[in-house]
Design a protein around this ligand. Structure first.
Ligand SMILES: O=c1ccn([C@H]2C[C@H](O)[C@@H](CO)O2)c(=O)[nH]1
Ligand SMILES: [Zn+2]
Length: 144
C-alpha cells in the first residue's frame, strides 16, 4: 500500500467509501463509513448501525475500531471518515475512542462519497487536552 508521507492511501479512502454503502441508517438516513489504517498493515472498516432504540446506535468509527481490536490491532496510523457532501467530523465519543489507539499527530481525513478529501484534522486538533491511559498511570496503546 502507498504510505508515502503527505499522501492518503487510496485503499484507505476506498475502504471508507465502500463500507459506507453498507450502513444501516433508516432513522437518520445519514450513512457513514470509516476506515482505520493500523500499524499491522491492515485496514479495518465499519459503518454506522442505527437502532429503533436510538441511543443504542453505533457510529462507523466505533465499528471500525472494534474490528481492529478484535483482529489484534492496537495502533491507528491514519483514519478516513466518509459521510455526505460536507465533512463528517467524528462525534465526541468517537474522538475519545480514536484517542485510545492513535497518536496526537494522527490524521483523520473526512471525505465525500466519491472519495474526495474535504477536510483533514489531526487527532490533537479534534480532541485537545485529551484524557487518556497516561492519566490513569496506565501504559498501553500509543506512547506519547
Ligand atoms: O462521525 C460520525 C457522525 C455520525 N455518525 C452516525 C451516527 C448516526 O447513525 C448518524 C447520524 O448522526 O451518523 C457516524 O457514524 N459517524
Ligand atoms: Zn461517533
Amino acid at each position: 500500500m502507498n504510505t508515502a508521507p503527505g499522501t492518503v492511501p487510496h485503499e484507505l479512502i476506498a475502504a471508507a467509501t465502500s463500507i459506507r454503502e453498507k450502513a444501516y441508517a433508516p432513522y437518520s438516513h445519514f450513512k457513514v463509513g470509516a476506515a482505520m489504517f493500523c500499524d499491522d498493515g491492515h485496514i479495518y472498516s465499519g459503518c454506522n448501525v442505527e437502532n429503533a432504540a436510538y441511543p443504542e446506535g453505533i457510529c462507523a468509527e466505533g465499528g471500525a475500531i472494534s474490528a481492529m481490536v478484535a483482529a489484534g490491532g492496537r495502533r491507528i496510523i491514519e483514519a478516513v471518515v466518509c459521510g455526505a457532501a460536507e465533512p463528517c467530523p467524528p462525534c465526541g465519543g468517537c474522538r475519545q475512542k480514536l484517542r485510545e489507539f492513535a497518536a496526537p499527530e494522527t490524521k483523520v481525513h473526512m471525505v465525500d462519497p466519491a472519495g474526495k478529501i474535504l477536510l483533514t484534522r489531526t487527532l490533537a486538533e479534534l480532541l485537545p487536552d485529551s484524557f487518556g491511559p497516561d492519566n490513569l498511570g496506565v501504559s498501553v496503546g500509543t506512547p506519547r
